[in-house]
Design a protein around this ligand. Structure first.
Ligand SMILES: [Zn+2]
Length: 294
């Protein structure tokens, strides 16, 4: 009887210590993993520092923003010019940068965000100030999803934008102010409406660098804004043929649109993501260190 009780006590002790042992080693293991993860993989946006000295990043999937407007940097005497950065181009790796211009709207942009989330993919949205003002909740949704936001002018008016570099910068400021009023931060990346070809000369590039912006065009086009009303299958075929090509870029910046009327882009997106993955691409967001597309 006494042995019986002892036996039960011993057994209980063994179970308890076994249980504790298991728990504590699991806790240690998971704490260790977390610490390792924190050291290696940081998430969330990077906020540029006062000297603009923290832009040489080693992760291509973290958006970069500034907590100051250009004028605020100027008034506080902070760094303004974009520093020279080594473009992020790891040997042997293929990175796709999905970009969506001309948004946000309140239909296609949220639908695109849902598809990106479902597929665990981050992308970049070049927004118009005018549309951001109309759909601030969608702007917040893009930001909170971990996707990147870039400045695509106030309202896509070539005649006004391309008068001279000062006119372009004025629209950048106007759109930055709208984005900062919604998000508390503003982007450092821009895409010239219609692309830089035929629009930019050396003075535009110089002005952007001096005032702390980086412009990126694209090197793969879905042609989803072609005038002949293409459908989802056309965009998928366009992208498939460009990534099948021997000249397919290892750093692929892909042009699409998320504004109203681009329902076919939404339809094409899951297949576009699948094709890119099949071709060995991972996904990044545009930052000042993203390689230029040419
Ligand atoms: Zn555009």
């Amino acid at each position: 009887m006494r042995f019986g009780t002892m036996g039960i006590l011993l057994l209980a002790g063994a179970l308890l210590s076994g249980g504790c042992g298991t728990t504590s080693s699991t806790q240690e293991a998971s704490a260790g993993d977390d610490a390792q993860e924190a050291a290696q993989v940081q998430t969330g946006p990077v906020i540029v520092d006062d000297n603009m000295s923290n832009l040489q990043l080693d992760q291509p999937d973290r958006p970069v923003y500034d907590s100051y407007l250009r004028q605020e940097r100027h008034d506080k005497g902070l760094a303004m010019a974009m520093p020279d950065l080594t473009p992020y181009k790891p040997e042997g790796e293929k990175i796709a940068y999905l970009t969506f211009d001309d948004g946000p709207d309140d239909v296609n942009t949220p639908a695109i965000l849902a598809i990106l989330k479902e597929n665990g993919v981050k992308a970049t949205f070049y927004l118009l100030g005018k549309s951001a003002k109309a759909y601030p909740d969608v702007v917040k949704q893009i930001y909170e999803s971990g996707c990147a936001i870039g400045n695509h002018s106030y309202d896509h008016n070539y005649g006004r934008l391309y008068q001279n570099p000062a006119a372009y910068l004025k629209e950048m400021d106007e759109t930055d102010a709208i984005l900062k009023s919604i998000l508390g931060v503003r982007p450092l990346i821009t895409r010239a409406p219609g692309g830089v070809v035929g629009h930019f000369n050396k003075h535009y590039w110089d002005a952007l660098k001096k005032h702390g912006y980086v412009e990126h065009d694209w090197n793969i086009s879905s042609a989803d804004a072609a005038p002949n009303h293409p459908v989802a299958k056309d965009f998928i075929d366009n992208i498939q043929s460009q990534v099948d090509s021997a000249k397919a870029p290892s750093s692929a910046i892909i042009l699409m649109h998320s504004s109203s009327g681009h329902e076919e882009t939404v339809k094409a997106l899951p297949e576009i993501i699948r094709i890119l993955r099949e071709h060995g691409y991972t996904f990044g967001v545009i930052t000042p260190m993203t390689p230029q597309p040419w």
